[in-house]
Design a protein around this ligand. Sequence first.
Ligand code: F0G
Length: 415
Amino acid sequence: MNLGLRKYILKCPRCGFEIEANPYVMRCPKCGELLDTLLITDKVRFNWSNLRGRGVWRYRELLPEVGNVITMGEGATPLIKLRSYSNAYVKFEGANPTGSFKDRGMTVGVSLASSIGVKGIIVASTGNTAASAAAYAAKAGLECVVVLPKGGVARGKLGQAMLHGARIAEVPGTFDDALEYVLETVLGSGRVENVNYYPLNSINPWRLEGQKTTAYEIVEEIGVPDYVFVPVGNGGNIYAIWKGFRELMELDVIDHVPRMVGIQASGAAPMVKYWRGLGEAKIDNPRTIASAIRIGKPVNWFRAYRAVKYSDGTFIEVSDDEILMAQKILGKEGIGTEPASAASLAGYLRALGDGLVDAKDRVVLIATGHALKDPDILLMGNNGNVISISSMDELRALIINGNLKDNANSIINKN
Ligand code: F0G
């Protein structure tokens, strides 16, 4: 079967071992490191002015050629300039079909799974991967198994996985435990062992190929920014975006890459710990309100580390309070993000405050997932917006001067 992976080789970033590209081997057989998919740029005929269509598959020349393209128009997300920080753009990944950046990867991963001819796909997830996998599997007519940390997934995401018909397996513990279940079951040796259910966690490098298109879109729209801020959980996305920029550099489209800044929540910041030389990129009992990035043992830690190190970037941690504040600031600009997404703005504000970044620097903040993913957070502590009125006169009093705030207060006082 021609899977169209011939423009790639699989290469170990640690020991240099190389093998022919195939969808089944994910770890280096020599040293166990996760293998990179290297695009052999001599084998692609990429011409910026020949791009056609919109979204992920606009860049098909730089993606695996799969027999069966399973797509729902993912990618082509808005890049929104902020009012309050004029050199900051938000890349709103919440505009993807299932409301997160995962759809960019899933269109490639599920297309590959469908082309190989498996029965279904399997993922461990903090929620967004599950929602995306479930939807794309449904679109492809494949089964989907999602393994979730019991009680650790935001309600919107759980509802999506249910809606799209995934089989949901809840396990005790955190996401790290859920991922271990999946990896041990289907990828024990680093090679896909059960070809019935193809694993599509970010350990799978082909899924990350889809996610790298975020970088292509940014370059097409505004060129190379000075910094890109990315919330980091498992570390796959920051690596994928960096890889996208790197490839454009190898193709002579751009002459440098932006500095990649990884943001973690302070209760779940193993990469920050490693970056500061405080031991392995692992912590027990990760805690944060941003459940999407509540991860203590990032499986792609070496990938994320390389993205930040080779782009001369950094890792930053932010508190849950800073995350919630950033979510509100974005909300006031009309941009609805879930907490993990807002971490990129929280990180930018921290970096500005610490003088790491100048207000004149052009930055892109990756807003990874939509506000509706986590409705419980939205309804928490926003009661000040809500007043109850019992007559039309009260509503008239509220709007008559066009001064909603004062009128609202007087009504609240009256009640
Ligand atoms: N932001 C959101 C909204 C996420 O859902 C995730 C990851 C990340 C950021 C971090 O991306 O893992 O590539 O560093 N969510 C995964 C999931 C773990 O299962 O949905 P990463």
